[in-house]
Write a protein that binds this ligand. Structure first.
Ligand SMILES: Nc1ncnc2c1ncn2[C@@H]1O[C@H](COP(=O)(O)OP(=O)(O)OP(=O)(O)O)[C@@H](O)[C@H]1O
Length: 603
């Protein structure tokens, strides 16, 4: 019962894998089954051809109709002509069927490894475009495992399952023929094949190693493209870069697919080569035995030996090995099914704006309420806020007051559970991709690519001349120019894995340059100046002053100096607005804000 369940889970998992790779399951199953059946029939004919060959060595009276037809065609029943002719035909049949089997395997390996690559790319796309709230609740190692290992194992399992079915068909065909012959000689085949296989594996070892190296390099490349869209989810989302990384990942997986294709064929090649070599040897020995006038019994044994050893035993070995692999792949297929089911339940984000017309005007939060999915306690309650266009608004409040939550709602990463957020009278959630087109966001912890400073500012966008001028302008505005001048390679300096070569303040300035490079209409600074020294922070405040009146700026900060100059200060307390106005007004009207300032929590 448990096995039945596991088998049906495997079948369902393989269906999910094919769907992820956008392959039609029924069409694929029918194609592979028909091809397997044709090859099995060819195998069966090859082995069956041994029977008339054997009969040529026994009494001529009991010749089969096949032999009689050949006798008629050749116009002779002279064994000196018949036996070499038959031997040649049988050899050719085996060569053709082996060649076709190699082609079939190449096609099947290419197909299944490509299915694994396409399914992994699709899975990453779905994770990258999933709702932000879903992403926050995920365990990322699970996500990495599902995308990489599970899809690989699942596609291998699919290959193994198809191989089992196709081998089973071959075995049935061979068994039908062997019913009339002795199976004892198969014992010799086992010893012979084991020795030959070891020899072949040794000769192919170096090539297999090279393929393994390519697999490792391609897998590293794949991970390098996964990290920016999952670890740097917000940046990818807000800069509409997810699809670009997904494409890079897809290319790396195709490289892996090709390496896997070669790897698998290399490990299977000895079997096919042995089959060809062996049957040629049998044919040659048969001819020699005839010419030297040896006993016909010897040739009969050779013929059965060739048929049984070449086709039956290796196939049987593979069937049993692959049944084990399919069973062990059930877990991976189950996890893949679970992941696909979860992702299917959510609505995917679309990076393409529905309209080119940008959002303009005041940002208004009207009666906004919010609670997190896993906690019914309200984090924001009936919150009203107006952020006038081209002004600077600072949102302040004690820790846990709800500042980050408000920002996530303004960024469209979370949706209000009640009320709405509009810009120019239009809900930002109507076309969130269009909203992002005009947004520049500097988070507290800036995600950095292991790439050049320039790539980290442009976030991979190709640069034309105008963009290059803008790049230098934003470097200056973000107070990065003197740092860049101090570097031997300037903007072409690699910042190291996750920006390890940069200080916290430098990272934040790179984040600011990146946000400004998008020419935002709305600039959001979420604790973006916390790591800056006083001097740099002062300079950045000057930069923001210079932008005053040109763009809308929203600042969340604990630093008094950062928020003091804002046109409007909104003081949040316990998920609602407790005071708003200029810094001086709020300080005068709201005792808890005045107390925060006095305590130095806003200093
Ligand atoms: N994923 C979550 N699930 C449940 N509650 C959460 C979640 N994230 C935040 N909260 C709660 O929401 C409230 C507001 O948190 P938020 O991070 O918005 O505050 P904040 O004002 O930005 O605080 P800080 O200044 O410390 O960053 C807090 O009480 C916090 O515990």
């Amino acid at each position: 019962m448990a096995t039945e369940n596991a088998d049906s889970r495997s079948v369902h998992g393989m269906k999910v894998l094919l769907q992820l790779a956008r392959v039609h399951p029924a069409r694929w199953v029918v194609t592979t089954a028909v091809l397997s059946l044709l090859l099995a029939l060819l195998d069966m004919i090859g082995v069956a051809a041994m029977v008339p060959l054997m009969q040529l060595f026994s009494t001529t009276e009991s010749q089969s109709s096949v032999v009689k037809v050949v006798v008629d065609i050749l116009g002779t029943n002279d064994p000196a002509v018949l036996i070499p002719a038959f031997a040649l035909c049988v050899a050719l049949l085996f060569i053709v069927s082996s060649a076709l089997m190699i082609l079939f395997r190449w096609w099947l390996l290419g197909r299944t490894t490509r299915i694994g690559a396409d399914a992994a790319t699709e899975l990453l796309r779905r994770y990258a475009l999933a709702p932000y709230a879903d992403h926050r609740s995920r365990n990322l190692p699970d996500v990495y495992r599902n995308i990489n290992d599970m899809t690989t194992i699942a596609s291998n399992t699919l290959l193994n399952a198809v191989t089992v079915v196709s081998d089973a068909m071959t075995l049935v065909g061979i068994c039908v023929v062997l019913m009339i012959a002795s199976p004892l000689v198969t014992l010799f085949a086992i010893a012979l094949f084991a020795g030959a296989m070891v020899a072949f594996q040794r000769s192919l070892r170096r090539r297999q190693l090279r393929v393994g190296e390519e697999l490792a390099a391609a897998s590293l490349d794949a991970w390098a493209h996964i990290m920016p869209v999952l670890d740097g989810f917000r940046e990818a989302r807000l800069s509409s870069s997810a699809e670009r990384f997904v494409r890079g990942f897809g290319e790396a997986r195709i490289r892996t697919a090709r390496a896997n294709q070669a790897y698998s064929l290399l490990s299977e090649l000895p079997k096919y080569l042995l089959q060809i070599i062996f049957i040629l040897a049998v044919a040659g020995m048969a001819a020699i035995l005839f010419v030297t006038g040896s006993a016909s019994d010897a040739l009969t044994v050779l013929a059965i030996f060739a048929a049984a050893a070449l086709r039956g035993l290796p196939t049987m070995t593979r069937v049993s090995a692959n049944i084990g692999s399919v069973r062990s792949g059930t877990v991976s297929l189950g996890l893949l099914t679970e992941a696909a089911d979860t992702l299917n339940r959510s609505v995917a984000h679309c990076e393409a704006p529905r309209s080119a017309e940008p959002y303009r005007g005041d940002i208004v939060l009207r009666s906004v309420g919010f609670h997190y999915p896993d906690d019914p306690a309200p984090v924001l309650r009936d919150l009203d806020m107006k952020i006038s266009e081209h002004t600077t608004t600072a949102i302040v409040g004690a820790s846990g007051a709800g500042k980050s939550t408000v920002i996530d709602l303004i960024l469209g990463l979370q949706q209000p559970t009640s009320g709405e957020i509009t810009c120019g009278g239009v809900s930002i959630n109507d076309d969130v991709a269009r909203w992002y087109e005009g947004l520049g966001v500097v988070p507290q912890d800036v995600f950095l690519l292991n790439d050049t400073l320039e790539a980290n500012i442009t976030y991979g966008r190709p640069l034309d001349d105008a963009d290059r001028a803008l790049l230098h302008e934003v470097v200056r505005m973000a107070q990065l120019d003197s740092y860049v001048r101090s570097l031997a390679n300037g903007l072409k300096t690699i910042v190291g894995e996750r920006g390890t070569r940069l200080s916290g303040g430098q990272r934040q300035r790179v984040g600011l340059a990146r946000a400004l490079f998008r020419r935002p209409r709305v600039l959001v600074l979420d604790e973006a100046t916390s790591a800056l020294d006083n001097e740099t922070e002062h300079q950045i405040t000057q930069t923001l002053r210079a932008l005053h009146g040109q763009i809308t700026v929203i600042i969340v900060a604990h630093r008094l100096s950062t928020v003091r100059d804002a046109d409007k200060l909104v003081f949040l307390s316990d998920g609602t607005v407790e005071g708003e106005g200029s810094f001086t007004e709020v300080r005068a009207s709201t005792p808890s804000f005045a107390r925060l300032v006095e305590l130095g929590e806003l200093a």
